[in-house]
Design a protein around this ligand. Sequence first.
Ligand SMILES: [Ca+2]
Length: 338
Amino acid sequence: MKGLFRFALIFITLAQVLCGCGQKGGNAGKAPVQVIFDTDIGNDIDDAIALSMLFNYDKAGVIDLNAITICKRNPHCVEYIDGVSRFFGRGDIPVGFAYDGTMPEDYTYLLPTINAEYEGRPLLDIRRTLDGSIPAGYKMLRQQLGAAADTSVVLITVGPLTNIANLLTSAPDELSDLGGIGLVRQKVKLVSIMGGDFISEWAEYNIICDIPAAQKVFSLCPSPLVAGGYEVGSAVHYPHTSILNDFGDPDSNPICVGYMNYCPMPYDRECWDPLATLEAIEPGVDGILSRSEKGRITISDSGVSYFTPDPSGLQQYVILNDADKAVEMLVRRASGKE
Ligand SMILES: [Ca+2]
């Protein structure tokens, strides 16, 4: 009887998968994109907007958000990511942490979000802290890539490149027989980076936070890589009116609570990380963004990014074509309102 029950359960599960009528929303029959998000959450609020987009894509079945790695060294990032993930129904999400990362500071919105209350109760149900159970960021990346199908993973990284450099320079271990470069070459379809500037010669924030890491990533990455420069995100501003109106009661949503604590309201924040996320998941959607010709990106010792065209290169930078459409799209994706 038990065997029959198990057979029926397997049949129902298989039917759900084939029909695309499982727990997640529909995605027009397309297989979900396998995504890992690497973030310096807590520095700028645009990471939180990107995170909201990713949870909405995940819920809609457009992506499988497989892991989140934190690329800064503030312990409250773990609590924040755990609580926000659970808020979006993904308390199961594997998390990694950059123990050797930069920026241990709390800054302005992590603690107010972690400690927020709504209708007399804690807004977030936080169950994980940085207590030794959280693996190093690059180890989590190795674990995820080791278990992934070949050329299946889209790695979105929107902070200092510490975890990604550690991944690329990692040695074979219990998680994979491959070293970091071989593992990325075999498993990663695209690395989407928010970092650099491809119009002006200056050292952009994510790059300058860990220049040696950035130099390693752009020189060693064996997979296609797209970089969204400072100039792209700084031309698109997330409307504060969306924060106040599109998420229900803003006090009931941790993304909005974070936004309202990051800077004095009202302000419309630049969208560096949300655009890197949009480009990685929906490249070319509505003609909003496109990619440069192929080439190679190098980082100087002072952190300046340079692009050299090369038809055999695997690297491109992002070009913004329509800032107004970008705002509309980001509002839809971040709020989940269609
Ligand atoms: Ca960021």
